[in-house]
Design a binder for this molecule. Structure first.
Ligand code: NOJ
Length: 475
C-alpha cells in the first residue's frame, strides 16, 4: 500500500499562504496601513534589509497562482483575508468594496478549479489605526472590532468559504506579538511600552480566547445553519520531550507543554474552560474567566489547527540560570539541542516527524480526539546553497514525506486528522527574516518584474502524491 493511498477520501491535502506574506499592493485599492507595514519601515529591523515594498505581487497575480494550485492539484488552499484591505482603519466605519471583490474573485476562481478555500481571519497583521488605540489584543475594543470583521467576512464570503480559522498561531501571538517583552520579539516599532508587560501575554491570550469563542458562537448560531461550514483556531505545535528521565526534567517538560501548547487551547478543549492548572498555580495573577465566559469558551471549535515544524528537548533550569524568554522564565524550563537533523542547515528547523506523531497522539488522549487540521508543515531551502540547487529540493521532499508518513501512522492509530497543509505555495516574505528564508514549493524570481513563479522538485512530488491519492479514491 503506497503512502498516498493511506489517506481517507475526504482528507484535505492543501498548501497555504498569508495575505501580508504574498499580496504586496499595500497602497492599492483602498487598503489601510498595517502593523507590518510599520515594522518593515523600521531601519535594520528586517534581517535582509529588503525593500519594504518588495513582494510576490500576489494580489495582482492571483489568477496565475490559482493556476499553479490547480497544477499541483491541492484539494484546499489556505490563505488569509487582510483585515486592513477590508476595513482600512480596522473598524466598520469604512468597508472597502474593492477588497471584498478581490477575495470573492479569488474564492470563485478556486471553486472553478475544484479547490476549497480555507480562510484565516488573523494571520499576524493588524490595521495600524486600531493597534494605536491601545496595544493590540490587550485592548478589548480591538477584540470587538475583530469580532465585527469576522462577522462581515461570514456575510460577504460565507457562501464560498466552508472552513474558517480565527487566529493563526494564537500561542505565538500571545508570547511574541503583543508588546515589547525582554527576550521576545516585538512586532510593532515605536509604540508605547505598557505597564505590567510581564502579564501582557496572559491578558492578551485571555482576550483572544474569548474573542475567538464569541466569533465561534456567532458563526455557529447565525451562519452555520445555512452556510454549513466549520470554524477552528490554529495553535503553533512544537512537541516537547524531556531531555532525561529525571523527575525534574519530566516536570519541566510538562510545564513547557503547558506554556507552549496547552496555554491557548486547553480553555477551549478541556472541560474546565480554563488555563492549565499548573499555569494558574505558578502565575496567580493570570486573568480569571467568569463562569459565563468559561461556558462560551468551552468547546468553541470544530477543529484545532496545528502548525508543526519541529520539536524540543527540555530540561529543568539550574539554580540561578537566566531564562532566554519570558515563557521559559515563567514556565521554568530550558531548551537543549536535540537529536534531530538540521535538514536545512543552520536554521531553527529540525526534522522531527516523531514529534508530529506524538502531538497527534497527545491531542487524541488529552483532548478527546478533537479533529486536527495540520494547517502548516514545511521547511526552508538549505541556507547558503546556490540558487540553481533550490529547484532540486530533495531535503524538502524528504521532510514532507516524513511528516506525511507520521500522519498516516496517526490515522492508522485512530487519531482524528482531517487535513495536511504544506507551508507554503511559493517563496514569500518570511517576517523578520525578510526574503532570506524561502519555504516555497515554488520559487519566485524577486528580481524579475513579473515575479516569475517556477515549481521546485517538491512541487512535482506533492503533485504526484495528490494525483495518486485522487486516482485511488476516484476523485
Ligand atoms: C508559521 C507562520 O504561520 C507563517 O506565517 C510562517 O511563514 C511559517 N511559520 C514559517 O516560519
Amino acid at each position: 500500500m503506497s503512502l498516498a493511498t493511506k489517506f481517507p477520501k475526504n482528507f484535505k491535502l492543501a498548501t497555504a499562504t498569508a495575505a501580508y506574506q504574498i499580496e504586496g499592493a499595500k497602497d492599492l485599492n483602498g487598503r489601510g496601513f498595517s502593523t507590518w507595514d510599520a515594522i518593515r519601515l523600521e531601519p535594520g529591523r528586517i534581517l535582509d534589509n529588503s525593500d519594504p515594498d518588495l513582494s510576490c505581487d500576489g494580489l495582482l497575480k492571483y489568477k496565475e497562482d490559482v493556476a499553479l494550485l490547480a497544477e499541483i492539484g491541492v484539494t484546499n488552499y489556505r490563505f488569509s483575508i487582510s483585515w486592513s484591505r477590508i476595513l482600512p482603519d480596522g473598524t466598520l466605519s469604512t468597508i472597502n468594496e474593492e477588497g471584498i471583490k478581490f477575495y470573492r474573485d479569488l474564492c470563485l476562481l478556486l471553486k472553478e478549479n475544484n479547490i476549497e478555500p480555507v480562510v484565516t481571519l488573523f494571520h499576524f497583521d493588524m490595521p495600524l489605526a486600531i493597534y494605536d488605540n491601545g496595544t493590540a489584543w490587550l485592548n478589548r475594543e480591538n477584540c470587538e472590532h475583530f469580532e465585527k470583521f469576522a462577522d462581515l467576512c461570514f456575510q460577504k464570503f460565507g457562501d464560498l468559504v466552508k472552513t474558517w480559522i480565527t487566529y493563526n498561531e494564537i500561542n505565538c501571538q500571545a508570547w511574541g506579538s503583543i508588546v515589547k517583552v525582554e527576550g521576545e520579539f516585538w512586532l510593532c516599532p515605536e509604540r508605547p511600552e505598557i505597564e505590567n508587560h510581564k502579564q501582557a501575554p496572559y491578558f492578551g491570550a485571555a482576550n483572544m480566547l474569548l474573542t475567538h469563542a464569541k466569533i465561534y458562537r456567532n458563526y455557529d448560531q447565525n451562519y452555520k445553519p445555512t452556510q454549513h461550514g466549520i470554524l477552528g483556531i490554529t495553535n503553533g505545535g512544537r512537541f516537547c520531550f524531556p531531555a532525561t528521565d529525571s523527575q525534574e526534567d519530566i516536570e519541566a517538560c510538562n510545564r513547557a507543554r503547558d506554556w507552549l501548547f496547552n496555554f491557548t487551547i486547553e480553555p477551549i478543549l478541556s472541560g474546565s474552560g480554563d488555563f492549565p492548572v499548573l499555569m494558574r498555580e505558578r502565575m496567580p495573577f493570570i486573568p480569571k474567566f467568569s463562569e459565563e465566559e468559561k461556558e462560551i469558551i468551552k468547546g468553541s471549535t470544530d477543529f484545532i489547527g496545528i502548525n508543526y515544524y519541529l520539536s524540543f528537548l527540555v530540561r529543568a533550569p539550574k539554580d540561578g540560570e537566566k531564562a532566554s524568554s519570558q515563557s521559559q522564565h515563567d514556565g521554568g524550563y530550558v531548551f537543549v539541542e536535540g537529536k534531530w537533523d538540521k535538514i536545512c542547515g543552520e536554521t531553527w528547523i529540525r526534522y522531527a516527524p516523531d514529534g508530529l506523531l506524538k502531538i497527534l497522539r497527545y491531542v487524541k488522549e488529552k483532548y478527546a480526539n478533537t479533529p486536527v487540521f495540520i494547517t502548516e508543515n514545511g521547511c526552508m531551502d538549505i541556507v547558503g546553497q546556490d540558487q540553481e540547487d533550490a529547484f532540486h529540493d530533495q531535503h524538502r521532499i524528504d521532510y514532507i514525506s516524513g511528516h506525511l508518513e507520521a500522519v498516516a501512522k496517526a490515522l492508522d492509530e485512530g487519531c482524528n486528522v482531517i487535513g495536511y497543509t504544506v507551508w507554503t505555495l511559493m517563496d514569500n516574505f518570511e517576517w523578520d527574516d525578510g526574503f532570506e528564508l524561502k519555504f516555497g514549493l515554488c520559487e519566485v524570481d524577486f528580481e524579475s518584474p513579473d515575479k516569475t513563479r517556477t515549481m521546485k522538485k517538491s512541487a512535482y512530488f506533492y503533485k504526484e502524491f495528490i494525483k495518486e491519492f485522487k486516482d485511488f479514491h476516484g476523485i
